[in-house]
Design a protein around this ligand. Sequence first.
Ligand SMILES: [Zn+2]
Length: 317
Amino acid sequence: MRSPTFDELFALLLAVQLSSADVARLREWISSITHPAECIALIEQAAAGRPCPHCGCARKHRCGQASGLQRFRCLGCRRSHNVLTGTPLARLRKKERWLSYLQCVLESRTVRDAARMVNVHRTTSFRWRHRFVPGATRDRPKALSIIVEADETYRLESQKGSRSLTRPPRKRGGVARRRGINREHDCLLVARDRSGQTLDFHTGRGQVTVGQLNGCLKPVLSADVLLISDGAIAYRHFAAQAGITHEAVNVKAGTRARGAIHIQNVNSWHSRFKSWLVRFRGVASRYLINYSGWQRLLDARRLTTPAHLLCAAVQLG
Ligand SMILES: [Zn+2]
């Protein structure tokens, strides 16, 4: 059967008595449509003047177009590239739908829901999520200052989506085999200063160690910060080694705060993260940092439009 032309469809639409709900649906659909050129212009603008991703040389010739993007030939290594080469978005197709998809990211839609909204396959929706989100989450504060709260949250390790499990499958619901925090748990370390700047780290499995605190926190804390944590001994050792002033609140003993000494900001971040995560019905360990980064972006309200997200995702690491 021949597909109807736009004119035929439009004539049919004109003949329909539209309810206000229909009009609302149409308006929503029309506002979600973006011209392919809009997305490409944003990409080219965000990445203007980028040097060759292969050799870093800034001298290049234009050499034609591919997939709507300008191609360049590098005068240093003679290889060709476009502005997305070397970014997580290289070789992704259907650019005319990217901005609508990024609106779904801003609305925290599920893979299935976003696929339906943007009219792409579910596997495409999943692939795009894990290309756009890690790109955009590289928009991170460089350092935390003055008073910094740090605490971890633990989640049962998950191999969701893996073809071969490295352990026996868990029965429904997923319960750890042993009590307490152990190697079955992923550790997500979150540090947040009182201006709301937040950094997240997936440190691996099991209780956070001094070495991991050193690797994650040392580079982002200036020497004059006040670090506040719970009573975990790793923080005390880390702070002593790094020469950072440290206060601990003994949450386990029921102490929640001593004046300004508390970790309630970071703890409420954790609880927002956990309740936001429920909609995804479990996330694989290997994507945990993508989800926490995604929540961090939404929570910070810095990148609030699809264009902001796209520009962040286009930036090179
Ligand atoms: Zn080059």
